[in-house]
Write a protein that binds this ligand. Structure first.
Ligand SMILES: [Zn+2]
Length: 321
């Protein structure tokens, strides 16, 4: 069964080593959760690679966010160039389709944390030109767009003016609007401002695990009504009371709850590989099919499995990009 995954931090891991002056492993084969070899084993057809920048850390080192973003794009592009027969950079639905036909992996680029834009619409145009097709509006820091869900004091705060205008422009340009990490107030602002599907790339259900990174039932319903998707996150601490172990049973509990709230068209995958720690039953991209097998054992209908693994994500890519 083919897989589309909305979030991994592999490029950040590679960039981290580069900045420390250490040897940077290849994207083709490495010790991380995600590499091209594992993607093939796990039947991953498309992966959204998040470009994550820790603004506080970079500020301390005197590095500009946007130039750092460009360096990460370069690192990604270099890896693509090294593996022309294995993965291609994808910027639209047509790319995904033709790569599927050619049995080539699709690598989409995303930005985790709108601070990379440095409050500039020119930079928004520029990231589009560089191939970015998904922006997670905030990470865990306040930025020019809005506030994160992290601090209870910020949770109900709205999107800022730059955030509102950026969201409108993203919708026009065809960049996925990703609400993972965003404040609850910001979430509802985006729902009001947008007509096309929006996504939550790597979050779970707050009703099952009360964590600010997870979504309330009303939020899940609202995403479903807009035709959007939520990528289920594999991190132990977003799944259950056991903060060390990520079990497939817990992933399925969250998926089933999402289906109850938002219908079976709302569930997708957003592993958060290379951004999470703990003992993971799906230990890396190479073992993705264990999830499919467990869904079959549970008696999920083939159509439902296909939607969760692949089709829901593909539908949104087609509609938005
Ligand atoms: Zn994240």
């Amino acid at each position: 069964m083919k897989i589309i995954d909305f979030h991994c931090d592999t490029i950040y891991r590679m960039m981290e080593l580069k900045m420390q002056g250490k040897k940077v492993p290849e994207l083709f084969k490495n010790g991380f959760h995600v590499d091209l070899e594992k993607m093939r084993q796990g039947q991953v057809a498309a992966q959204f690679f998040a470009l994550f920048m820790d603004q506080e850390e970079l500020k301390r080192e005197g590095i500009e966010l946007f130039s750092h973003f460009l360096e990460m794009v370069e690192l990604f592009n270099d890896e693509i160039d090294k593996n022309p027969t294995v993965m291609k950079k994808a910027t639209g639905y047509q790319d995904l389709e033709s790569n599927l036909n050619d049995n080539i992996l699709s690598g989409f680029l995303g930005i985790e944390g709108g601070e990379a834009l440095e409050g500039s619409y020119e930079n928004l145009d520029r990231v589009y030109q560089e191939g970015v097709r998904l922006i997670t509006l905030t990470w865990n820091y306040e930025n020019e767009l809005g506030y994160p869900s992290k601090d209870p004091m910020d949770r109900d705060k709205p999107l800022k003016a730059f955030g509102k205008e950026t969201v409108k422009r993203m919708e026009e340009m065809g960049i996925m609007i990703d609400l993972s990490h965003l404040s609850d107030g910001g979430f509802w602002d985006v729902m009001q401002l947008t007509k096309t599907p929006v996504i939550v790339s790597h979050s779970n259900c707050r009703a099952l695990k009360n964590h600010h990174r997870n979504l309330t039932d009303q939020m899940i319903r609202a995403i479903g009504e807009k035709g959007g998707v939520i990528g289920v996150n594999f991190a132990p601490y977003f799944l259950s009371g056991n903060e060390e172990v990520s079990r497939i049973d817990d992933l399925l509990r969250h998926m089933e709850h999402m289906i109850r709230c938002g219908g079976e068209d709302v569930v997708a995958l957003g592993s958060d590989f290379d951004g999470i720690t703990g003992s993971l039953e799906i230990k890396d991209a190479g073992t993705y099919q264990k999830l499919i097998e467990k869904m079959e054992v549970r008696g999920y209908h083939y159509d439902r499995i296909e939607k969760i693994a692949f089709k829901n994500a593909k539908r949104v890519i087609k509609e938005v990009l």
